[in-house]
Design a protein. Sequence first.
Lengths: 146, 252
Amino acid sequence: MGDIWELLDSVMDPEIPVISLYELGVLQDIRRDGDAVKLVLTPTYIGCPALGIMEEDARAALTAGGYHQVIVETRLAPAWTTAWLTPEARRKMTAYGVASPQEGGIACPQCGSVNTEVISEFGSTACKSLFRCVACHEPFDVFKAI
Amino acid sequence: MKLHDPLTRYVVRLGDDALIMGHRLSEWMSRAPFLEEDIALSNVALDFVGRARLFYQYAADLMGGEVTENTFAYQRDVRDFTNLLLCELPRGDFAFTLCRQFLYDAYSLPFTQALCKSADSQLAAIAAKAEKESRYHLRRSRDWMLRLGDGTAESHERCQDALDQLWIYTDEMFECDALLDGLIAAGIAVNTEGLRSEWLDTVTETLHAATLVIPKAQGNVTGGREGIHTDDLGFLLAEMQFMQRAYPGLQW
């Protein structure tokens, strides 16, 4: 049977498939109970339909690794926040083309300029806003700070 | 479907507000004035449907047995729904939808903030998540009030007309009844009457900035909390529930 952490490190956010559930802060806890593996997941944005897919993907990865009894518990409190994104996750998101909320303004993932403006509070998924870079004119997605 | 437990009734009430609001917003999908706004309306719709799911899942846990979140959404009839009438009014034009949204968002933010302090830990946990999104919902719908109200003569007129039509439905948000009185005393429910002045401050400030005027009071229409609805809710449910009514238990 595979190492549980290694197996789960391969489970990515379906919308930003370069960061894992752990880096995203969705995977809160793992516990062994005899043969069973218990995962604690927390939803990100309430309207995000991806939590069900994340749960399925985590189950599939563990099953493929030899763990056939997987129990998933959803935990709401404390409420997920973008502050939980690891620095590594932020770096990967930026490289993927999605800016993450940070102090000092929103930086364009293409050219790095912080001279950016909001186009719409809502972007292509529940987690994103739509911005435009004033310097290089590229539109881009921003992970909404919550 | 008769609910007796006060906490379950309250949780379902909150779920009903969110589901019906979410459904009305979802009707804009592919019909909004431009692409970004289409996406925004659909996103806010998702937020409200997601909120409804959390409330209904909790209510289903409280009831136990065969009841699931879908039971509340798809297997109840008009008289069982206890949402605010404001949420069920047809979407109207873009100004009407955004005015409704602004009036509701200005209520929803202080409401979810207050619900974070509920003695019921699950309600507090749901509220803590909903409160975060209520902030940007209000920011967006307030922006639209300014753009429409202080925009062209036509957008101003449509916005003012919408406010005049909606105003009589706003009082219901703050109404307290016997169910609420008991749960407020237990520290579980939000005393909505206490949110009225903050709501009115937000609305007054925004409408003033948007060159719109607060409509004159013409009485209030209520009844949603008792299941007494406008004709429109039945048509909404007929569409929303069709698949589960035609093919009970259907799964995608």
